[in-house]
Design a protein around this ligand. Sequence first.
Ligand code: FAD
Length: 289
Amino acid sequence: MQSQRQHPPHFSCEFFPPKTEEGAQKLRAVYREFAVQMQPAFFSVTYGAGGSTQERSFDTVREIQAESGVETAPHLSCIGATKQSIRAILEAYRAQGIRRIVALRGDMPSGMRDTGDFRYANELVEFIRAETGDHFWIEVAAYPEFHPQALSAHTDLDAFCRKVEAGANSAITQYFYSIDAYLRFIDDCEKRGLSIPVVPGIMPILNYTQLARFSDACGAEIPRWLRKRLEAMGDDLTSIRAFGHDVVTGLCHELLRQGAPGLHFYTMNQLEPVQALWKAIAPTTDMEL
Ligand code: FAD
């Protein structure tokens, strides 16, 4: 893999919109800390399947950007949406001074039948460009271990290419623990002439049962050696966290050493796990190419 990095690596953090006032208070403390400690390139806020968190996502984005002074990017999924509804959301974000969007297809919520006006994320990217020109920096999702619904590795790469051709500026990956999957993905992108930054998504390891369930659903692989060791720790969350911290710190170091353009942390609205990772990798983050 050629190094993807042309500047010092940049870092970003992802949050979800809290459901309660208590959750909102907790998140406030978390983003304030990260804003100061990490000086991230941006924060991002997820969007519930089928627009189920639309209002909360909107409010959370507005609050974080205003309070932290860090650029904050809403995720926006299109499955089940109409062009009219997406147009209204884009206008609202534009009016609010939002300049970056994570554009996704999303997953159909159970019970919802009508896919709406968009079938795949490339159509959303195309629509955003047609409606708003270059106003937004558009991030899209990438899957180094392939999306669970992909017909083949080849068609999944085709789908990724279409998102880039439609106007995506950069990508954030699904999390992974096998660095080879990422390096091969970048090689494949280079062979297809794609040069946008593909930033690894980093998921801390905190609870094996939850991680295993989530990984099955989203198509992220927990390698056998890692799974077996985590399984052996049973319910001992302290050991799982300590071991998980070592594994993920190693992954971050290696990704940066190999030229990853940055890291995007899936924080799950928690301070400690990503803060600990950050402290472990920060001394190496001003590395030059
Ligand atoms: P797409 O890029 O459209 O791909 C979806 C599938 O369709 C793939 O299997 C692809 O190979 C296939 N495909 C694409 N085009 C075609 C075509 N023309 N013909 C046939 N097959 C095709 N979900 C949320 O609900 N809210 C979030 O906030 C959220 N944030 C995310 C952030 C990141 C960084 C990532 C990696 C994922 C996120 N997701 C989120 C999950 C995401 O919505 C799901 O993974 C979803 O199933 C796919 O979305 P996508 O944008 O990758 O879809």
